[in-house]
Design a protein around this ligand. Structure first.
Ligand code: TXA
Ligand code: MG
Length: 351
């Protein structure tokens, strides 16, 4: 199958292209599209066959449920049952935006979309191209991140092309995404609201509406502890991983830099290709090594935006060992460290 990569201008969307994409979706085909978080691989959320196509294209285990993207909260009544008042309040405060809610699913949502679960994940993205695609197609778009399973999520259309070329008919290119990490997932289907995946929307922000919101204990772990199984099926898989062996170092910045320099020098001496994941503030401390700054510590949103692209770049350079600095766990820092640790297979050392 030939994959068409088409650029769209967010401010002035070419509706001929949009109609073509919408028609593919209505026909049960897949279209990749930008959202404000990462690119999604879309298919009809109420069509079990489309869900199967998504799993096949990504090479993803089919017990890992998909997020259904909507453009209007009217969709709650079609997709979910027992919608709590908080869902409407959260929608009013955070949608369109990088928040996904888990609710009890209605009979309309096929088990293939929810990986067999009795709950459904719902999100209203804020990207104009994504919203236009949902509205133009008139369907609810089931969309996981548009990467091949296990690879870093795509933050540019080129990343989608790299992973899914030949497997899907169309990619809508809206340039680089703004946030760069997947949405915060909050589960409203149980007694206590739980955050299943940290993202741009932090617990502090959610507490306004959900005073007792807590993290799923499995996402706070710092090690690959097998006794803590994540409630979001996708969080249990090795994920976001670059091909090289990534190790993270935690501690005072001085100690981290010194340790990374020492470890990198050893691997270079052994003849390996080595790269360092650093920040604007520290990149100058590794003059003799291959180093990439992922963003500035003064504004960790920049780190979030560049993280997955940087991990892919390490693959392109063929880095065999990658030594990474840690980031704060404040605000978006929590989501950054969650993704970084998963990418590292939880290889982290305190120095
Ligand atoms: O920002 C995002 O959320 C992006 C864009 C495209 O919207 N989508 C995304 O989808 O990250 P995906 O499939 O890569 O991640 C969805 C996560 C997985 O960890 C999955 O297990 C979890 O959401 N999930 C989906 N439905 C669920 C459910 N009913 N219960 C628990 N976890 C669920
Ligand atoms: Mg994903």
């Amino acid at each position: 199958m030939e994959t068409k990569l088409v650029s769209l201008d967010r401010e002035n969307i070419d509706m001929t292209v949009m109609e073509e994409a919408a028609e593919l979706l209505r026909a049960g085909e897949l279209v990749a599209f930008p959202t404000e978080t990462v690119y999604g691989l879309g298919g009809d959320g109420l069509d079990a066959a489309a869900a199967q196509r998504i799993y096949a294209a990504k090479g993803r285990p089919s017990d890992n449920p998909l997020i259904v993207h909507i453009a209007d909260t009217d969709a709650f009544s079609v997709l979910a049952r027992e919608v709590p008042e908080e869902a409407y309040l959260l929608a009013k405060r955070f949608w369109p935006g990088p928040l996904t809610m888990i609710l009890k699913k209605s009979g309309r949502v096929p088990a293939a979309t929810t990986g067999g679960l009795e709950t459904v994940a719902i999100r209203m993205p804020s990207d104009e191209i994504a919203l236009s695609l949902i509205r133009t197609s008139g369907i609810f778009i089931a969309a996981p991140s548009a990467n091949a399973s296990g690879r870093p999520s795509p933050t540019k259309a080129e990343h989608v092309y790299e992973d899914l070329q030949g497997k899907i008919p169309m990619i809508l290119d809206g340039g680089a995404v703004t946030i760069g990490l997947e949405s915060t997932i909050v589960d409203l289907s149980g007694e206590v609201p739980l955050i299943l995946r940290p993202g741009y929307i932090t617990p502090e922000m959610l507490r306004e509406i959900l005073p007792n919101v807590a993290y799923d204990p499995a996402i706070l772990k710092k090690t690959a502890d097998p006794t803590l199984v994540a409630k979001a099926p996708g969080m249990k898989y090795r994920h976001y991983a670059p091909k090289g062996n990534l190790r993270i170092y935690e501690g005072s910045l001085d100690a981290v830099v010194a340790k990374i320099r020492e470890e990198a020098a050893k691997k270079v001496a052994e003849g390996y290709s080595v790269a360092i994941l650093a920040s604007e503030e520290t990149k100058g401390y590794y003059p003799e090594f291959v180093v990439r700054s992922v963003g500035t510590r003064a504004q960790e949103e920049t780190v979030a935006a560049n993280l997955f692209d940087t991990l892919r770049e390490f693959d392109h350079m063929g880095a065999r060992f990658i030594f990474g600095e840690c980031f704060s766990r404040e605000g978006i820092g929590h989501a950054i460290m969650n993704r970084l640790l998963k990418a590292a297979g939880y290889q982290m050392e305190t120095v």
